[in-house]
Design a protein around this ligand. Structure first.
Ligand SMILES: NC(=O)c1ccc[n+]([C@@H]2O[C@H](COP(=O)([O-])OP(=O)(O)OC[C@H]3O[C@@H](n4cnc5c(N)ncnc54)[C@H](O)[C@@H]3O)[C@@H](O)[C@H]2O)c1
Length: 301
């Protein structure tokens, strides 16, 4: 619980004193969110979510923060926790609590116990709608808080891995409420997975390691939406890119896009940096396919 004497909102954030910076960053991001701006204006007038309790387990970043404020402006009683312990922007979490009155449970670098206790605290708000990025909140409700399932009318799921988990639950007949697969929207996987994750994955690696990508051999495991984005951006920064892929058609697509494609065993011997974007376990062991080689052609100019 944050200890600012002025704050009585339930929360667990790093430091409410960071809120000024978080609010400025939210405002900056909002300038690049024209669709959300339009929705927020409509929501303020029409209050479509009046009184609805929404629990969100999403990346606690400026963009999500603006989404949460929009839900609140539409009348929702919204609460937020992190879907990833590493992506939380502590200043933004503080601003949501202090300046927008939205309960947040998220601290960058939180350990496993904290992570799950934050999901549990979010579930305690007895949501009628859930918003997930990876299906951890849905999983929590279906395993630890079955008593709350009756009150949930629906939810959303943002990412590929979450959709895979939920489809498996639906197939087993255990998923207890309908969930919109946001990831299936063309604009979601085109903008977020390919271009968003394509850029932010490399941004994170560069910030963490201070590596110069030019001249490096970067191995991208998985040539799906995110893999295509990372591969093309790594190439744009001067890296020599190798792709590994288990789907022969996508492996061929990577070849046609100009990448070297080989098995992970082969790539392991020559790669400098490895990025897995498979949404799958065992990217190392299930090594990928090797496309057939064309005979060489010699052209004299
Ligand atoms: N952190 C974020 O902001 C963020 C955003 C979007 C997606 N994601 C996550 O990124 C991952 C990839 O998402 P996507 O939308 O690109 O999925 P996708 O299904 O489009 O692509 C995954 C690709 O990996 C390939 N693959 C699977 N197992 C493999 C293996 N062992 N070796 C080589 N290739 C393999 C598949 O054939 C597929 O082409 C998912 O876990 C998703 O949830 C994260």
């Amino acid at each position: 619980m944050a200890t600012d004497a002025q704050i009585t909102i339930a929360c667990d954030v790093k430091d409410l004193a960071l809120a000024d910076q978080g609010k400025r960053r939210m405002e900056w991001a909002f300038q690049s969110m024209p669709v959300l701006q339009t929705i927020r204006k409509q929501f303020i007038k029409t209050q479509p979510l009046a009184g609805i309790r929404i629990a969100a387990c999403l990346h606690v970043t400026t963009e999500t923060a603006n989404l949460m404020v929009t839900l609140r402006d539409g009348g929702a009683n919204a609460v937020l926790c992190a879907s990833n312990p590493l992506s939380t922007q502590d200043d933004v979490a503080a601003a949501l609590v202090r300046d927008f009155g939205i309960p947040v449970y998220a601290i960058k670098g939180e350990n496993n116990d904290q992570y799950y206790s934050h999901i549990s605290a979010t579930a305690d708000h007895k949501p009628q709608i859930t918003m997930d990025d990876g299906a951890d909140l849905v999983h929590h409700l279906h395993t630890k808080r079955k008593d709350l399932l009756e009150g949930v009318v629906g939810g959303t799921e943002e990412t590929t891995t979450g959709v895979i988990r939920l489809r498996a639950m639906a197939k087993e007949g255990v998923l207890r409420y309908p969930i919109v697969a946001v990831n299936d929207a063309l604009t979601k996987h085109l903008f977020d997975n390919r271009y968003g994750t394509g850029q932010s994955t490399l941004d994170g690696i560069i910030r963490a390691t201070n590596m110069l990508l030019a001249g490096m051999t970067v191995v991208v495991a998985g040539y799906g939406w995110c893999g295509r984005g990372v591969a093309s951006r790594a190439r744009g920064m001067g890296a020599s890119v190798i792709v590994t892929e288990i789907d022969p058609t996508k492996a061929l697509e990577a070849v046609m896009d100009g990448f070297r494609v080989m098995t992970m065993n082969e790539a392991a011997a020559v790669g400098d940096l490895f990025v897995t974007l498979t949404g799958n376990k065992h990217a190392r062991i299930r090594g990928g396919v090797r496309p057939p080689r064309r005979p060489p052609h010699l052209c004299a100019g």
